[in-house]
Design a binder for this molecule. Structure first.
Ligand SMILES: [Zn+2]
Length: 273
């Protein structure tokens, strides 16, 4: 039996979401199983239950690379084929599709009527609801995590449906707050018909170690099953301080265990200096 609109609504209500809720949603359509109506049904269910919805609309396809750049920047410049990557890069425009890896639902959400989008060339967010404009306006090139900070201070939650904390963007905001090393990246955007390259500060590190947060926030996580997926709701006003406190105490917290991970190694190296 395909999963229905009503079943998804029941799952969201089991998480005690309601019209006052403001959610940053990371969701995998394949993880839910066979949804009757696909991505559109999931979006309409979220819209029926919660008042403010925020999703990532990330576009790494805009990123370009210099032949060499700052040291300890989580990239081996000599090892990347920058000419090929730069030839493949596309300009950011407000209607550029969300990168496929972010998920089919994030792209379908971008296309909904009344959904607004911020203008960060690689890390934009989309939002729907009365406060969408206000929360999206907090994002600038210098403050890429603005919408997450807004959600933290307006009783917002992160909602993970069929994905784990390795997809949880808000943990990168915690890394930023605690002063963990982040990276410089570059992207191209089209502004007033003219292309330009932009330097992007505070680009996040690796998220492969983020599932370690789960035990730390167990008591504040609500869990429900929606179709074949596990759905988790975590209040940002609890998640962010917990992650900040842990990283502050242990500079290796939430880093991954791959000894060849260039970004986690750059963080470890910065922590020692
Ligand atoms: Zn890593």
């Amino acid at each position: 039996m395909p999963i229905s609109h009503a079943e998804i609504i029941m799952g969201l209500q089991a998480l005690e979401l309601e019209q006052e809720s403001k959610v940053l949603v990371h969701v995998s359509l394949p993880a839910l199983g066979d949804v009757d109506g696909g991505a559109q049904t999931v979006i309409e269910s979220l819209m029926a239950v919660t008042g403010t919805i925020v999703m990532p609309a990330f576009t790494p396809q805009t990123m370009v690379w210099p032949p060499r750049g700052p040291a300890n920047n989580g990239v081996d410049y000599a090892a990347i084929d920058y000419q090929q990557l730069n030839a493949d890069a596309v300009f950011f425009t407000p209607d550029l599709p969300v990168f496929p890896g972010v998920g089919e639902i994030a792209e379908a959400f971008r296309q909904q009527p009344f959904v607004q989008r911020s203008s960060h060339p690689a890390a934009s967010f989309t939002a729907l609801g009365d406060e969408a404009e206000e929360l999206l306006a907090t994002q600038t090139i210098e403050k890429p995590y603005g919408p997450l900070e807004w959600l933290q201070h307006h009783r917002g939650d992160v909602l993970l449906i069929g994905v784990d904390h390795t997809q949880n963007t808000s943990l990168h905001f915690a890394e930023y707050l605690v002063g963990r090393k982040q990276f410089i990246r570059w992207a191209i955007a089209l502004e007033d018909g003219r292309g330009k390259a932009l330097e992007l500060p505070h680009f996040p590190g690796c998220s492969n170690g983020f599932n370690a947060i789960e035990v730390e926030i167990k008591n504040t996580t609500r869990v429900a099953t929606i179709g074949a997926a596990t759905a988790r709701r975590v209040p940002l006003e609890r998640l962010i301080p917990t992650a900040v406190g842990w990283i502050d105490e242990d500079p290796a917290a939430l880093l991954c265990s791959d000894p060849a991970c260039s970004r986690c190694n750059a963080v470890r190296k910065a922590g020692r200096s």
